[in-house]
Design a protein around this ligand. Sequence first.
Ligand SMILES: Nc1ncnc2c1ncn2[C@@H]1O[C@H](COP(=O)(O)OP(=O)(O)OP(=O)(O)O)[C@@H](O)[C@H]1O
Length: 333
Amino acid sequence: MTVTRASAPRAAQAATQAITATGLRKSYGDKAVLDGIDLSVPQGTVFSLLGPNGAGKTTAVKILSTLITADAGQLSVGGHDLAADPQAVRAAIGVTGQFSAVDGLITGEENMLLMADLHHLSKREGRRVAAELLERFDLVEAAKKPAAGYSGGMKRRLDIAMTLVGGPRIIFLDEPTTGLDPRSRHTMWGIIRELVADGVTVFLTTQYLEEADELADRIAVLNGGKIAAEGTAEELKRIVPGGHVKLRFTDPDAYRAAASALREAARDDEALALQIPSDGSQRELRSILDWLDSAGIEADELTVHTPDLDDVFFALTASTVPAQNNQPKENAR
Ligand SMILES: Nc1ncnc2c1ncn2[C@@H]1O[C@H](COP(=O)(O)OP(=O)(O)OP(=O)(O)O)[C@@H](O)[C@H]1O
């Protein structure tokens, strides 16, 4: 199921692609981890690859960042063909993997200077870039302490700062906030937004739907080796049915009157609640409220359920996700 962006502005459609993959395949033994996937990521945008554990997200990142080779596919990163010129791709990208590149035995500053050396920066330039990034990532105070003592959030910030030493225009972030507390996660989101504001392209894998919803311009859901759906968060939410308005009553007479008049509503006689299929739009809400007013019926509570990315994710990856997570979200308005 692919959602196309019918209403995308012409300029966005014509945007230069930072990453493209056509027919990307990778198998381990007889398991097709990536079974012919197509991706394209416009420059200066955030693309999020979502998928359950083992879906192949890290495999995709490893291939696109030249760490492992694909079995088949036309791949281009930063305008360079991956098979023909992996060196040029490596020079254009930064990668922060699930397992930190930070050396805990040396200080944060020393980690940064090591990266500067790897990028062949002069001592002076290396110190300048390290100082600037340590400042930007709020690590100045900790800079002279061994990184082993850093919190998870600090280590992750240092990791990204190290990735940025070479000034990459495309960065791959493989589950950058896994295991971080909510505050550190929000800090990381701010960092990613700043990168994108500077024109950097971010290829992000995550298991947090909220993260993709917050950050990504486009999202692809990887499942069973294929892209199960692709689009903006809003487009993806539209592909799952289930939007509805719920009316709750405390007065049984009001409930019965509403239930007999609203024939399309699903009844919950025990809870005195009615569920009316709705896209949650202002127009539909107004018509429900107008109808209640004109019938002289007062509901005690009105809630709107709009499908969220969780619903999309669970609908698309249903067989691989525990059922207890598959709870609809209700947004009171
Ligand atoms: N080197 C390897 N040899 C054999 N199988 C592998 C290898 N690397 C990955 N796999 C398998 O490929 C599949 C995809 O793994 P991958 O790490 O890409 O998934 P993922 O979506 O990143 O998962 P997670 O969210 O758990 O990190 C898994 O079934 C994994 O066991």
